[in-house]
Design a protein around this ligand. Sequence first.
Ligand code: C5P
Length: 233
Amino acid sequence: MNAPIIALDFPSMEEVSTFLSQFHNETLHVKVGMQLFYKEGPSIIEKLKEAGHWIFLDLKLHDIPNTVKEAMRSLSSLGVDMVNVHAAGGTNMMEAAIEGLELGLTGGRARPLCMAVTQLTSTSEKMLKEELLIHKEMELTVLHYAKLAKQSGLEGIVCSALEVPTMKQELKNVITVTPGIRLLGDRADDQTRIVTPAKAKQLGSDFIVVGRSITRSDNPLAAYERVVAEWQN
Ligand code: C5P
């Protein structure tokens, strides 16, 4: 069972260090997103790697194929464990992402896993139809993007845990990374397709991403332990 991935959505390394100091040198699965990476740059990755953490660099690339290829070449050289793109960039872009990741590898390291964001967990059915003008159901849209991602050589997708059973039924060997996780009683905030860690486990998620249920808690370590208990038992 993969450890829960903690979303380090903090403004700077200083806050990250204070947060991580509560975990008594435990090596964790962590996610670095745009907020932190754009502030601290690649040095944040070096520091987290030095401490032994497993890293998902969540920058959700979405651009023309050549730009994504070259960006992925740079990210691959940082030695992170997982990266992602938006499936909406299309198959040429996703194939270019894999090519870039392979080109950027140094020192015999394994290629980072590459995940495709299908539909953000903040996107509702209503928004899908009224703003994005996608008239298929959410689950069918997610499945279609997941198929394109697998065809393009990516290992898996980012989706809501609610969509995992269909993905597992329809696709072989798809890794599912599921944000939109909340402990019972926590606020949904900007997320719409949310579940508890226990429900994500029941639905068959491979990785859960948990941010504010842990980072905003009065006792982050206790919240993390609650997540682990639900997820791993
Ligand atoms: O605080 P919360 O648990 O909602 O954080 C979820 C994290 O997962 C955020 O860092 C967000 O950027 C990320 N994420 C997401 N939905 C996706 C992909 C990533 O919420 N589809």
